[in-house]
Write a protein that binds this ligand. Sequence first.
Ligand code: ATP
Length: 432
Amino acid sequence: MKTSPKNIKGVMEDRLPKKVVQALKAAGEVAEGMNYSAYLVGGLVRDLLLGVENLDVDITVEGEGIAFAEKLAQRLSGRVKGITRFGTAIVTLRGGFKIDVATARREYYERPAALPTVQKSSIREDQFRRDFTINAMAIKLNPGEFGKLIDFFAGERDLKRGVVRALHKKSFLDDPTRIFRAVRFSERYQFKIDEGTKDLIKQATNLAMFDELTIERVRDELVLILSEENPARAIKKMAELHELKFIHPRIKLNKQLRKLLGNLEEVLSWFRSSFPKEKPSPWLIYFSALLRGLTLKEARAACQRFHLSRKDEEKVIKGKEGVSRKLRELGKEKPRPSQIYLQLESLPLESLLVVMARASRIVRERISLYLRELRRARLKVTGDDLKELGLRPGPKFAELLKKTLIAKLDGSLKTKEDELNYVKMNISRMRR
Ligand code: ATP
């Protein structure tokens, strides 16, 4: 296979921080000294060519990756961590900068007939294991060849054309998480998925099997997709490629889900501009939206299948459970602020935003009032004040504080004195 003779040293020097270029040159020299070849690989190569910032340095060596990592750490006064038996390690430099080191996969060595070409071929073999052509380019780091672009699969051409293309027909069967990765990269860069690759994805969605380990990796990919800039568009793309059934067989991109996704975009953009410091997890919000048409039991099962934490599962469930009733209550004429508060106080932010996306205009305004003001309401009276009045902490105590808060929300208590008087009045009522 012919490799591109192109050298992009200039691009590297232009686009990467000086320190990174120096570290890469050092890596090339260390490799050369060990009689190895070292390559920059993966996402950084792709993003370098695209002009997108990325500082995830992945180096693959033809040779002993761990021995190389140790020498590189010595040379750069760093430390080696995370050594695995697969020949990977992390070199951490002062200031926390990290270099991931991997050994070009070995299978090639095991074929006796291939021995003479092992050194040259192993980077090709390594690249052939990758997901898409745009992620399967490498840059040689050894002195003399520093900056040489190694592009066996026309990744650069696909980058220029804006295409996500699998390397071979079995790619999605070998690793079904790639089904989701295709959408992620296509979404992120606004690339098309190559037509042949689309067909392979569709075929694989009928055949692919997900074991336990793969499920967790699919979950991780899903989290990444739903954390990209436009999750709604990504979900539409997943639907087009029949991928939603992996999340749950009953998820369909129907009118209801389309509408919810559209509303979520509005609600989230309003929320982000109104509360820039708060960072609800977008992936959880969109994951909840995806489960909109499922029963509570099915939604719980989907969360558990993906091993979501208990906390995340609750967020998903609270965005579904009893929501129709809440929306009805919130839609009643002239609700008191405390009534709005009581409907919403138990909802984590992510669930609340999903509920808001399901709400009518008028209910949205009420939820917005809750977010802007009501949820922040605090009493001036404290637990200590109540103790001074002779009350012992317990359920009654909490009940009284809540009752006082409700009165405050509805505007009848302004000062701390008002609150204390209200508390005293209620204590005497309780004692009667
Ligand atoms: P990001 O910018 O999102 O980190 P990335 O390309 O760096 O994108 P990673 O998931 O960090 O993505 O993976 C690094 C590289 O490892 C990829 O560019 C790709 O070459 C390879 N890779 C990762 N996952 C797979 C996979 N499932 N199958 C094949 N190759 C993969």
